[in-house]
Write a protein that binds this ligand. Structure first.
Ligand code: KG4
Ligand code: ZN
Length: 349
């Protein structure tokens, strides 16, 4: 009998410190459960060993919760999609092993997914308004910063990337210097709203092409804070808002410059953002300004699909299933995966 409904996909994400599972039917998200690992906040960064252990204890209840919320029985699923990489090796192993065993037990395909490709393709999920191809995507997360020309779901060109720290890492490292908890991005964003972005001037180095370098900013902020604290030991405590606003303005100026350049060079005005830092209210406002002032068509994901989530992993699974792609049980997780192409192979017809 011919299928009338889009396939039901279970997505599993465990690349860093969020354990997540989701069920989608085509572009419709039926459930998307994310369990954050608060335990890392006390040390100001993700401890890989702790992350793997937490995934191990959370993955089963999170998958069960995603199935319960969706109202779908495991036996109704058509495929299981999971993050193969990039990410933390131990964390990836937990999701990968669980997903492959789960799919194998049900006799359905398991689909390995590239985490960064999933951030970009989260835009196909409802209630979004999917970008038209080709579009430019600024992918900004805790581990990556890339400018990608997306010609089709399985045809992506990386035009530029960070040469050192990722944009999210820049937010997190500066937040740590100011004494803010991990992850620092959301806190800096919040405090920046009450501060003056022109209070302190940090330089905005520009790399060749569409590349970035954020590591100098951290050093610059560190030297600045040490100098000011030496004069007044209440400096950081009393000027937190202004420091956050000034640092955020520098990061956003740096992020926007190659994006603007790429729009000019390629003539592509269909522009999307993706990844954890796309939750930043300042970045969202800059994109909205560019839409008004320069006629860009801007695509900003709903908050739930900005930071790590399994719905975006399931979305890639759906697109791969539609192309008759599937993975094999020997797919091994990898902390580094340079290509943004599908990791599943096309079945011979
Ligand atoms: O995509 P994501 O959830 O995980 C990775 O794949 O890395 O991104 C996490 C990053 C963290 O660095 C976090 O500080 C940053 O996204 N982030 C933000 C905001 N929300 C999350 N950065 C700036 N402003 C935010 N509102
Ligand atoms: Zn991510």
């Amino acid at each position: 009998m011919e299928r009338t409904l889009p396939p039901l996909i279970l997505g599993i994400e465990s690349s860093c410190d969020d354990t997540s599972a989701a069920v989608i039917r085509g572009s419709q998200v039926l459930s998307n459960v994310v369990a954050n690992q608060a335990l890392h906040a006390e040390v100001g960064g993700v401890v890989p060993e702790w992350a793997s252990r937490a995934h191990l204890s959370k993955i089963h209840p999170v998958v069960q919760a995603a199935l319960d919320k969706s109202g779908i029985k495991a036996s109704e699923l058509d495929a299981v999609a999971y993050t193969l990489g990039p990410g933390l090796q131990g964390s990836l192993h937990v999701g990968t092993s669980y997903a492959k065993s789960f799919a194998w037990g049900l006799g359905i395909p398991s689909i390995p997914v590239h985490h960064m490709r999933a951030h970009i393709l989260a835009h196909v999920l409802e209630p979004g308004d999917p970008p038209a191809y080709p579009f430019l995507c600024l992918t900004v997360s805790g581990g990556h910063t890339q400018l990608v020309k997306v010609n089709a779901p399985n045809d992506m060109e990386v035009l530029g990337q960070t040469l050192d720290d990722a944009a999210g890492e820049a937010f997190d490292k500066v937040a740590k210097l100011i004494g803010l908890p991990y992850p620092g991005g959301p806190v800096v964003d919040k405090l920046a709203k009450q501060g003056d972005p022109n209070a302190f001037a940090f330089s905005r180095p520009r790399m060749e092409g569409y590349n970035w370098s954020f590591s100098g900013l951290k050093t610059q902020v560190l030297n600045f804070l040490q100098r000011e604290q030496a004069k007044d030991n209440q400096f950081v405590a009393s000027r937190q808002d202004d420091i956050c606003a000034s640092v955020q303005a520098a990061i956003l100026d740096m992020l926007m410059a190659p994006l603007r350049q790429a729009v000019e060079d390629t003539g592509i005005t269909e522009v999307a953002i993706a990844g954890g830092v796309s939750a930043n209210s300042g970045l969202r406002a800059r994109l909205a300004d560019a839409e008004r002032q320069h006629g860009w068509t801007v695509h900003i994901p709903p908050m739930a699909y900005c930071t790590d989530n399994a719905a975006m992993i399931a979305a890639v699974g759906w697109l791969d299933v539609m192309e008759s792609r599937s993975g094999t049980l020997d797919a091994a997780p990898s902390p580094r995966l340079p290509e943004l192409t599908s990791l599943a192979s096309k079945e011979e017809t």
